[in-house]
Design a protein around this ligand. Structure first.
Ligand code: BTN
Length: 226
């Protein structure tokens, strides 16, 4: 384990760990967590994704959990993080799309996922970005940054930290606009709860707006297929 400071963040890095997300929860449970901590690992033996899915975490990718002290839960944070990751891709010359709420796709294939969890007065933002390797996943296609550009895990981490700081503190009007600029399947028909629906975008409160025939639907959770 290595413990250094980077851009006002406390950076704790491991070669291999069970899950950076679990380590963040442990720090919080032991009252040892401080605002702006990033836990990174080169590999995870039991990385976790959304909906209790496994996040295959071989050596060569970015696995990081950001800890922030919060006053209250902010459902809009998820979009700020998605924009920050997408902007990181753009920094390296890769054109991303955001699949609601915060999956990052390149050429329709998933390159990054985000898991946001809360514990006591902290939020833990877990981010996985495929850089040197991409797992084969049954549910969707995957890709990795090194298929597009020569880049290292540390290069990506240092840009990501700056982008997260910028977008986390940005006004939601701006975040929403940027999210919509990069949204996958905007104004297209997608599948929602097994039915066809048109993806209209985000409203001012951060809900996803869908249109099913003549009805408008707002959702904050759930999944869509595009
Ligand atoms: C998703 O299902 O798309 C979210 C994946 C989140 C994976 C990251 S990798 C770093 C952090 N540690 C974990 O165990 N999960 C998150």
């Amino acid at each position: 384990m290595e413990d250094i400071k980077l851009d006002a963040y406390k950076l704790i890095s491991f070669d291999k760990i069970v899950s950076t997300q679990d380590y963040a929860h442990d720090l919080i449970a032991k009252n040892e967590a401080v605002n702006k901590t990033v836990i990174t690992a080169l590999a995870q033996s039991s990385g976790r994704g959304r909906y209790k899915r496994n996040w295959v975490s071989h050596h060569g990718n970015l696995y990081a959990s950001f800890i922030y002290k919060i006053g209250e839960r902010d459902p809009k944070l998820s979009y700020a993080v998605a924009v920050a990751i997408a902007e990181t891709m753009i920094h390296f010359g890769i054109k991303p799309q955001i699949k609601w709420p915060n999956d990052i796709l390149i050429d329709g294939k998933k390159i990054s996922g985000v898991l946001i969890e809360y514990a006591n007065s902290f939020v833990i933002v877990g981010i996985g970005i495929n850089i040197g390797t991409c797992p084969t996943v049954k549910e969707y296609k995957t890709t990795k940054m090194q298929d597009y550009v020569k880049v290292s895990v540390n290069d990506v981490l240092s840009v990501l930290i700056k982008k997260i700081d910028k977008w986390r503190n940005a006004d939601f009007v701006i975040v929403r606009e940027r999210w919509m600029d990069m949204a996958a399947a905007l104004n297209k028909i997608i599948k929602f709860r097994g039915k066809d629906a048109e993806l209209i975008g985000l409203n001012e409160d951060g809900a996803l707006v869908l249109r099913c025939d003549t009805r408008y639907i707002l959702t904050y959770g759930d999944e869509i297929s595009i």
